[in-house]
Write a protein that binds this ligand. Structure first.
Ligand code: GEK
Length: 242
């Protein structure tokens, strides 16, 4: 696995972050060293999924990147009639994802689609996972997308959404950001890497706070929606369709 050094040198100009080939090559290292609780969320996605898996249905991983959530779910769910559908708009990510899933999930049981999650058709779903991807979707389109996810779930289906979150309280926001920055420093990122990455993400990653997430889930129809995880400014929520 290549080490993430994308922002290690001073760049003449920091451009908006793109999920291209240079990112797909270092992605596992980048996400583990940048997202506190990432491994726990991925592992627990598998555990939650085991409870909600239903035969002859679909499981969607929206913004699947290298397929970590699908891998985790496939390790806990043992149902051959389930179809895994990973959607991502980065060809580079999907190319790597294909190589990772191929030896683990039978070929007829998964499908990778290159496209915008905003346009994805979601149906007959027992589980929809969106780990760290809603934050990259245009905020004006988020309600509609979560509404379509709700519509595409079957009864007793679950939506898992994990995100970097904002805080309505400025003091909490500052402290959580500082703790996150320390997490990155402890994981070997320099001040320069942290600040250049922050600039690269500024325009492309727009955060919601906990209340905005829970309100959106409820507006979409999820009467039963909770936050189940938090590690500094990273959180995960579930909505169950009753
Ligand atoms: C994991 N879930 O390992 N449509 C489709 N894909 C998109 C869009 C879009 N509009 N915008 C961004 N992406 C994974 C990690 S990474 C999170 C997900 C991160 C894709 C993008 O190409 C990338 O692969 C993924 O969403 C976000 O749990 O890097 O912080």
């Amino acid at each position: 696995m290549d080490k993430d050094k994308l922002f290690a040198q001073a760049l003449p100009q920091v451009v908006d972050f793109k999920f291209d080939e240079s990112v797909s090559r270092v992605f596992p290292d980048m996400i583990r060293r940048s997202v506190p609780g990432y491994e726990a969320i991925i592992e627990l996605t598998g555990s939650i999924a085991e409870k909600y898996a239903q035969p002859a249905t679909n499981i969607y991983d929206l913004g699947c990147a290298l397929g970590a959530s699908m891998l985790s779910m496939s390790s806990t769910i043992n149902q051959e009639s389930i179809q895994y559908i990973g959607i991502d708009n980065s060809a580079a990510m999907l190319e790597e994802c294909q190589k990772i899933l191929q030896p683990v999930i039978p070929r007829h049981q998964f499908q990778l689609i290159e496209g915008q999650v905003e346009d994805a058709a979601i149906d007959n779903a027992c589980i929809v996972v969106m780990n760290f991807t809603l934050q990259f979707i245009n905020p004006a389109l988020r309600d509609q997308l979560v509404g379509r996810i709700y519509q595409g779930l079957i009864p007793d289906g679950v939506f898992i959404v994990s995100e970097k979150i904002d805080f309505s309280n400025d003091q909490e926001s500052t402290l959580q950001q500082q703790l996150h920055e320390q997490f990155k420093i402890s994981n070997g990122y320099s001040e320069l890497e942290i600040s250049q990455k922050r600039i690269a993400l500024e325009q492309v990653m727009i955060l919601d706070d906990r209340e905005q997430h829970l309100d959106r889930l409820r507006r979409a129809g999820f009467k039963n929606a909770v936050q189940w995880f938090q590690s500094f400014n990273f959180a995960s929520f579930v909505g169950v369709k009753e």
